[in-house]
Design a protein around this ligand. Structure first.
Ligand code: GDP
Length: 378
């Protein structure tokens, strides 16, 4: 149904930004040879060769070698989100800040520092192109601004990460028409049902009337789980028997939402990727049903498990074939050392991350903020 050469996105695909190729001529530039056009994100060119590339720069300030390896303080009840995010991202941060700890031990920024920083970003699944660009830009910033302390080094990296994430754009503004329908898609186990509940909880807190659609009819347990979350969030849920047609659940949910003046319908979908063809046909049908019934257009949030890192990028490609994926909800950041995948997704797919999850609790998911993310990462 969804395939077979039919039009997949009845109201047009989202505009996806493509990553630009990286420059490879830094060394030639440094040697004063031909200078090619600069990229958007790059700071002004340096007229002098980059000293940190071939020789060590001595560090000032606290450089006792333990910088960046500080132990996590014990969790506090009612801890504010920035701290929870920082705690959740501790595994990724430990890996990414290792080069800074080494530089502190050497009391210098040596040429190895740049390679180690790039390798650490790649190991955190930020992607090769992103990692190279961040390091190259941070290096220019550090040298041109004469940064000589570890905190300054980290801050330069933070600023580059924020600039890069902001260049991927923001999640789209919610449409004005009501009801709004958001498909929560992704492969099994990534956290779709819990994410639907968490997003519902956030929207309800903002005063939205929400309704859940238990459209993962393939698993009886999936329907029960959605019903359980709906009762916790204290919101209505539309469900059919296990094995029923998920498109019929979507249809009934939208009818019910119209009757009850609901603002947002959150559709929990199936994710059994081993029957990829059926799954995609099913999702395509649900999408078309919603598209016909709604005054506006449906939306889709793809849920990606951060512990799977770069696999998430290929999942996004597959789901993007039938759904108009406008943003990503990245779950399980708390168990992941691959938190850099946020950047790879933006760079390789041009899809911004809208939500980030760091735990199983209802309030463990929040809108994604590049500044908070960068602060938690370095
Ligand atoms: P689905 O199959 O995609 O619907 O996934 P579920 O919503 O059933 O979630 C699968 C498991 O992941 C559950 O045990 C959730 O509690 C857990 N989970 C979801 N999000 C997070 C998160 O951000 N952090 C952690 N640690 N676990 C999560």
């Amino acid at each position: 149904m969804a395939g077979k050469g039919k039009k997949k996105h009845p109201k047009g695909k989202p505009k996806k930004r493509r990553a630009k190729p990286l420059r490879e001529e830094t060394r030639e530039q440094a040697a004063g040879e031909e200078v090619r056009p600069k990229e958007e994100l790059e700071p002004a060119p340096l007229s002098e060769p980059l000293p940190g590339e071939t020789e060590a720069i001595e560090l000032e300030g606290p450089v006792d070698g333990s910088v960046g390896a500080e132990a996590e303080p014990p969790e506090e009840e009612g801890e504010e989100w920035g701290r929870r995010l920082r705690r959740g991202m501790s595994r990724s941060r430990r890996a990414i800040t290792m080069p800074f700890t080494r530089a502190a031990a050497r009391k210098a920024i040596t040429p190895e520092f740049w390679t180690e920083a790039e390798d650490a970003l790649i190991a955190a699944d930020a992607g090769v192109a992103c990692s190279a660009r961040i390091v190259e830009n941070a290096k220019k910033r550090i040298i041109s601004e004469g940064i000589r302390d570890i905190e300054g080094l980290k801050d330069a990296f933070r600023r580059e990460v924020v600039a890069m994430l902001e260049s991927f754009g923001e999640p789209p503004e919610p449409p004005p028409e009501r009801p709004r329908v958001i498909f929560i898609a992704g492969v099994n186990g990534v956290g779709k049902t819990t994410t639907a509940a968490k997003i519902g909880f956030l929207l309800k807190e903002k005063g939205n009337k929400i309704l859940f659609a238990a459209a993962d009819t393939f698993r009886a347990a999936g329907i029960e789980q959605m019903e359980m979350w709906a009762s916790r969030v204290v919101a209505p849920v539309v469900s059919h028997q296990a094995g029923g047609d998920p498109a019929a659940v979507v249809y009934d949910s939208i009818e019910s939402a119209k009757a009850k003046s609901i603002d947002t319908v959150l559709v929990d979908t199936a994710g059994r990727l081993h029957t990829k063809k059926n799954l995609m046909e099913e999702l395509g049908k649900m999408w078309r049903v919603a598209d016909r019934q709604l005054p506006g257009r449906p939306e889709a949030i793809l849920v990606i498990d951060a512990t799977t890192g770069q696999n998430g990028v290929s999942q996004a490609r597959i789901f993007g074939e039938v759904l108009d994926v406008s943003s990503i909800a990245l779950t399980k950041m708390d168990g992941s050392a691959k938190g850099g995948v946020v950047m790879a997704i933006g760079m390789e797919l041009g899809i911004p991350v809208a939500y980030i999850g760091v735990g199983e609790g209802i309030s463990d998911l929040k809108p994604f903020d590049p500044e908070q993310y960068a602060t938690a990462l370095f």
